[in-house]
Write a protein of this length. Structure first.
Length: 609
């Protein structure tokens, strides 16, 4: 959780009401009273609360799962379910308890896991926040039979922890070395066996595996328009909470096609009132509610956000308006058909964002798993993928043809990097890149008076001048390519190069590949190859790489704008590309300039003063 103070007590009271006996809760960087409320609940013995602050290595969500997976009390539980603060497990079996759900799903045997589909609950047209239970305020949601987008058939899993090695966002990973997948009964929320494949991979149902007769997870992702303003401030748990939620998120999750009042709330307010009998807890919640009101009021000072709350229309800072709040962001490709079985793993990256090691790793996967590998940059090139079965596709500027982006059989991993570090690494590399590595680098250019890019760069007087030149040269092209990616694409996972560098155990990469769920890809072997040929080449020896090349890649990876970017360049960058940093989620505003290292003190002259 992060900044969920207005909702915590309802969430805990509800899940206690349906039979949850133990709560292990992780929070990071809360400012709204969430930690104070949870600390009091911990003192009362109702939850166990752990601080999980942002760090340089793993994102808070996956780090929480990793920590929980190593806790004895979690491992010893009969059943475990990972449920976010905006998710409520809605059980229709029996009297609506976890025990009833397990019993209803055990007619075909003793299941090790029960995967329960999301019902994404929209705003129900609500504009304003009210201090009332979420479960009674929002009663319209997505369909199951004809899903509006690829998110709708996502699921969460109730599972027996003794069977699994580690926990994931939507599903746990079984013990491959000790358990035969054929021996694991993994069912949907209708009690139907989903087969061996779901044990291997995937986070999303398809037409043959989905079932919801006995339960669904009500996912209140956006709530009212005012509450969405709070959501935007929180960021996302799997991206180090750096402002990755844009207005397009609202459009994807504001689904209201089906009226659904099936969640059982008859005793909920009594359960909440029981918790609030503790005077200290009540005082903390009252203070948190006031903080919530003040935060919303502050957000409403922004004219565009106020217009959105009052009318549902978002106006960007250039004055353009649209009914879709995503008008300020690149439009995502149309939703993939969720029943399509993915067979194409498409990897997109950008200059100085891991292309060299990705190229080596993908060729290694191609050889190891005997898979076709093709660069796809035009609709005509897609002919290479026809009838190929499982295949790998790459594009080193992430500019895949639209037909591939809309292909229901394609899944994408898109890699971006902090543009400020791309600038530093790119300028340094373009001075010393091997001849022939990039034809554009050594071709005479009329705009440069017949000089080559490399020669012009080298002739500039210092690094400050070189960085300013690079900023308007190759760097401008790279940033525009990053911005052109269809943000919010339902078939894509976006990773940050910085996070991949810190992902020493492969958890992040494994999670991305599992989310893609490409049939016929051996994820374990793929992760091993990617790590073996990784950016730093240190965790596992990296064959086939020259020492000089490896050293250059290490220097590229070590680029650090906080210490290496001269202030005059940084100020020019903020003016030129500040908005790009915000859109890519690397900055909220220009206060990042305050993080620059102070300039080195000038040396004193040896002459008289």
């Amino acid at each position: 959780m992060k900044n969920e103070a207005p909702y915590i007590l309802e969430w805990i009271a509800y899940h206690r009401m349906i039979g949850a006996t133990d709560f292990t809760i992780f929070t990071n960087d809360c400012t709204d009273g969430t930690n104070l409320i949870l600390n009091r609940l911990d003192q009362l013995g109702i939850v166990r609360h752990f601080d999980n602050p942002l760090g340089p290595r793993m994102d808070p969500q996956r780090r929480a799962y990793s920590r929980a997976g190593g806790m004895e009390e979690v491992r010893a539980a009969d059943w475990v379910m990972i449920v976010d603060a905006d998710e409520f497990v809605n059980i229709r079996a029996g009297s609506g308890t976890f025990a009833d759900l397990i019993a209803a799903c055990s007619s075909g045997g003793d299941p090790a896991a029960i995967s329960i589909p999301w019902r994404i609950m929209g705003s129900s047209g609500e504009a304003h926040w009210r201090d009332a239970p979420v479960t009674t305020r929002f009663t319209a949601g997505s369909t199951f039979e004809e899903p509006e987008n690829g998110l709708v058939w996502g699921f969460k899993t109730l599972f027996r922890p003794r069977v699994f090695d580690f926990f994931g966002v939507h599903r746990p990973k079984f013990r491959q070395t000790e358990v035969d997948p054929a021996e694991i009964l993994w069912v949907n929320a209708s009690g139907q066996d989903m087969g061996d494949r779901i044990v291997e991979k995937g986070w999303c149902f398809n037409a043959s595996t989905i079932g919801w007769d006995h339960a669904q997870v009500n996912h209140y992702a956006i709530k009212s328009r005012e509450e969405f303003l709070l959501k935007r401030l929180r960021g996302t748990a799997n991206s180090k909470n750096k402002g990755r939620i844009d207005m397009g998120y609202w459009e994807k999750f504001d689904l209201n096609a089906n009226e659904d009042r099936s969640i059982r709330t008859d005793a909920l307010e009594r359960e909440i009132a029981s918790l609030l009998e503790d005077e200290a807890l009540k005082a903390l919640r009252d203070a948190a509610i006031e903080t919530c009101r003040r935060t919303i009021d502050a957000q409403m000072q922004d004219g565009a956000l106020r217009l959105f709350v009052e009318t549902g229309i978002y106006s960007d800072e250039d004055g353009e308006t649209g009914d879709a709040p995503s008008a300020t962001r690149p439009q995502p490709a149309p939703a993939l058909h969720p029943a399509g079985t993915p067979r194409l793993l498409c990897i997109g990256a950008h200059h100085k964002s891991g292309t060299n090691w990705l190229r080596r790793a993908l060729h290694a996967i191609r050889r190891d798993q005997d898979l076709p590998l093709h660069h796809i940059g035009s609709p005509r090139a897609m002919r290479k993928l026809e009838g190929a079965g499982t295949a790998l596709a790459v594009n080193w500027s992430s500019s895949f043809p639209e037909a591939l982006l809309n292909d229901p059989e394609a899944r994408f991993i898109h890699i971006v990097r902090d543009p400020r570090n791309v600038l530093l690494a790119g300028m340094a590399y373009h001075l010393i890149a091997p001849e022939g590595a990039h034809t554009w680098l050594d071709e005479p250019q009329g705009a440069l008076g017949g000089s080559t890019y490399r020669d012009h760069l080298g002739a500039l007087p210092d690094d400050e001048a070189r960085l300013l030149f690079e900023m308007e040269g190759k760097h401008a092209e790279t940033v525009e390519e990053m911005l052109a990616w269809p943000s919010g694409h339902p078939g894509a996972v976006q990773l940050r190069y910085e996070d991949i560098l810190a992902d020493t155990d492969g958890t992040l990469l494994r999670g991305a590949l599992e989310t893609c769920g490409v049939a016929g890809l051996d994820i374990d072997r793929a992760v091993n190859e990617i790590r073996a040929h990784g950016p730093l080449g240190e965790a596992i020896p990296s064959p086939g790489r020259e020492t000089e090349q490896a050293e250059q890649e290490r220097r590229d990876a070590a680029a650090n704008w906080q210490s290496d970017l001269p202030r005059p360049v940084a100020e020019s960058y903020a003016a030129r590309w500040g908005d790009a940093l915000k859109r890519l989620g690397y900055a909220h505003d220009d206060t990042w300039l305050d993080e620059l290292a102070p300039p080195a003190p000038a040396r004193r002259s040896g002459g008289a003063r």
